[in-house]
Design a binder for this molecule. Sequence first.
Ligand code: NAD
Ligand code: ZN
Length: 253
Amino acid sequence: MIASDLETAVNRLRALIEAAGRIVPFTGAGISTECGIPDFRSPGGLWTKNQPIPFDAYLASRKMRNEAWRRRFVMDEHFAKAKPGRGHRALASLYRAGKVPAVVTQNIDNLHQDSGVAPQDVVELHGNTTYATCLDCAKRYELAEIRQTFEASAEQAPDCSCGGIIKTATVSFGQAMPVEAMRRAQDLATDCDLFLAIGSSLVVWPAASLPLLAKRNGAALVIVNREPTEFDEVADLVVRNDIGDALGPFISH
Ligand code: NAD
Ligand code: ZN
């Protein structure tokens, strides 16, 4: 059922959270918009201006890699400055209280880790854009050092010392989903009392499969999203309010 107003939403959410022993949050870009990172669908947002560079194009062409890095450093204006929002902080509070074993996210912005959830308890389905790795030897690179090389070499994407291609640690279109993260996300969805889908339009796989998996295995399902989703009908509670407003009351210090 759709909560009629914010107060009803918070009260119903509180009752579900109190009744649950094991809560699995699943987050999308909507939880980070108040932190200054535009979501995928915001009209005119940076993400809609450029067509994403598919993985095979990145591998095939140095020109594409240069372009990908140029865009990434433009986006750094948003990513580097972003601090966890009310949604992140509320989930971190539930995590500290022992109610949330891990957070599953489609986001790549590192804000759940920044809010105090241990890195090993953040299950990233689309990777992380705040650092880079070599696709051959897996060596980790910090963005600041890549940026320095990039800018000092007339915007040429640097290669790894092993000769391999360096890429942000994100999962691009056409790149395989991380098997281990997917398996953990499915296990978490299967084994929880309450599944909270927050700030995701739930249209892309596997986002679209996890809420149903949780529901089919007996969890209560809550969807917190400004816009309707395809799964609102099967949800136990639908909250169409702002995420920060809806989750803010669950922040504990
Ligand atoms: P999406 O853009 O498809 O959907 C975001 C949803 O959040 C929208 O339905 C929107 O209505 C809602 N929303 C936005 N701000 C809100 C607010 N303050 N309160 C309530 N609802 C709000 O996002 P998605 O489903 O996560 O898919 C986009 C993909 O792009 C992700 O998989 C991710 O990999 C990537 N991405 C990541 C980031 C990030 O890391 N912060 C940002 C943009 C895109
Ligand atoms: Zn390497």
